[in-house]
Design a protein around this ligand. Structure first.
Ligand code: PMP
Length: 462
């Protein structure tokens, strides 16, 4: 216990929350019954709630606080920029130093053929931008009928109308008549869940060939682009089999179709490379980014664009009727720049690749001997484990039991934020996590598994 609880009245905050605050992605019936946990402070890889509980943040907020909490240099960068130029836009032939410097810096970190950046306020806005840019590109090329974008079931690309349509989350589609027209979804490369009797290698090829079938069904002259996360994050840290991306590359090369690699989670170091595209050797035309770009200290996103696409915009001319009041916001840009400087100075990408990433993966794998664990997997500082009733045959619990939700609740009460996607438990800790903090994370994850097993046994369910 710390002295934090002295300063906050949890009950009062929860009452006000219940009366006034509509939460994102929440069931307000259960939320109002149970009350929200009030997070009041954070430092390094830890958060504290209003009752004084210290919790290891195994999810880096929402996959975003890559440099950890409490980096006062980012606060100073924001303070200085607010005093100098708190706001100006980049419409009407204007720009400002922080946004220009940020675009240049990101262009240098991105794959060599990508040098231009469009800025947004979030990952969702980035994917809305991509959808419009893709169609604008083909119109400029004289092929406006190349209109359909192919995404994947269980992919996540945001919560706006275009973002949710590009994504393949069925519960999102069921609310509000999504997806919008011109978007098609193919199966995901999720071997544990959907691979059946195939080997991961066979399944990777099979899942990639779904793209080719879809292209042939729709007609290559009508398909504009394929969108995918390098590793599906919100879908449950779905790491494609090694055969998947090379086969996708072959297929895209055969037809004239743009590649959109959604880097909102994988970007800025999470895989041990600056971008997931570099980890998998991809050459995208668009990379939507957000999250780790500012480590979540300010809301900001963007789209990194290939020279081929940006060059077409320049050669063909004509206004692209798209942009946001906060595109390239100077304070967010100054914070993003300072965040990138910190990642570089502390060699965090190298640390993930050569040191803490392998350390976490080795430790995480040890959980596979737990009776409830059907598989552990991970890349860099991403990890997942599959909860199963029986290891042999990958037998799941009845989904009604929500064993994943049970495990998450027990884990958070026991001092570790893990997230549950169905019965898949996932982690994505800040890149600054130390060896001893990884040890703590993995031993707390094991405790959460033990507590889940005890709870299931107490109810006669295991
Ligand atoms: N793309 C991916 C891959 C994401 O994980 C997310 C957010 N989890 C988004 C897009 C949407 O980003 P935002 O929540 O900032 O709109």
């Amino acid at each position: 216990m710390s002295d934090q609880n002295l300063a906050y009245n949890t009950e009062w905050l929860q009452q006000q929350d219940n009366q006034h605050y509509l939460h994102p992605f929440s069931d307000h019936k259960t939320l109002r019954e149970q009350g929200a946990r009030m997070i009041v402070r954070a430092d390094g890889v830890y958060i504290w709630d209003s009752d004084g509980n210290k919790i290891l943040d195994g999810m880096a907020g929402l996959w975003c606080t890559n440099i950890g909490y409490g980096q006062s240099r980012l606060a100073k960068a924001a303070f200085d920029q607010m005093n100098e130029l708190p706001y100006y836009n980049s419409f009407f032939q204007c720009a400002h130093p922080p946004v220009v410097e940020l675009a240049k810096t990101i262009g240098e970190l991105a794959p060599a053929h990508m040098n231009q950046v469009f800025f947004t306020g979030s990952g969702s806005e980035s994917n809305d931008t991509v959808l419009r840019m893709v169609r604008h590109y083909w119109t400029l090329k004289g092929q406006p009928e190349k209109f359909t974008i192919i995404g994947r079931h269980n992919g996540y690309h945001g919560s706006t109308v275009a973002g949710a349509s590009l994504g393949g989350m069925k519960p999102m589609h069921s609310q509000g008549g999504l997806p919008i027209p011109g978007i098609h979804h193919i199966p995901q490369p999720y071997w544990f869940g959907e691979g059946g009797d195939t080997t991961p290698e066979e399944f990777g090829i099979q899942a990639a060939r779904e793209l080719e079938s879809a292209i042939l069904d729709i007609g290559a002259d009508k398909v504009a682009a394929f969108i995918a996360e390098p590793i599906q994050g919100a879908g449950g840290v779905v790491i494609p089999p090694d055969t998947y991306w090379p086969e996708i590359k072959n297929i895209l090369a055969r037809y004239d179709i743009l590649l959109i690699v959604d880097e909102v989670i994988c970007g800025f170091g999470r895989t041990g490379e600056w971008f997931g595209s570099q980890y998998y050797g991809l050459e995208p035309d668009f990379m939507p980014i957000a999250k780790g770009m500012t480590s979540g200290y300010m809301p900001m996103g963007g789209v990194i664009v290939s020279d081929r696409v940006a060059g077409t915009f320049e050669q063909e001319g004509g206004e692209f009727f798209h942009g946001y009041t906060y595109s390239g916001h100077p304070v967010a840009a100054a914070v993003a720049l300072e965040n990138i400087r910190l990642i570089q100075e502390n060699k965090l990408v190298e640390y993930v690749k050569n040191d803490i990433g392998p350390y976490l993966q080795t430790a995480w794998q040890t959980l596979s001997d737990h009776p409830l664990v059907g598989e552990t997997r991970g890349v860099g500082l991403l990890g997942a484990l599959e909860l199963v009733k029986e290891k042999a045959g990958r037998v799941r619990f009845d989904s009604e039991l929500d064993v994943g939700g049970m495990c998450r609740t027990l884990s958070v009460s026991n001092g570790l934020v893990m997230r549950a996607v169905g019965d898949t438990m996932i982690i994505s800790p800040p890149l600054v996590i130390s060896h001893s903090e990884v040890d703590e994370l993995v031993s707390k994850a094991r405790e959460a598994l033990d507590l889940t097993m005890e709870a299931l046994q107490a109810e006669g369910l295991y």
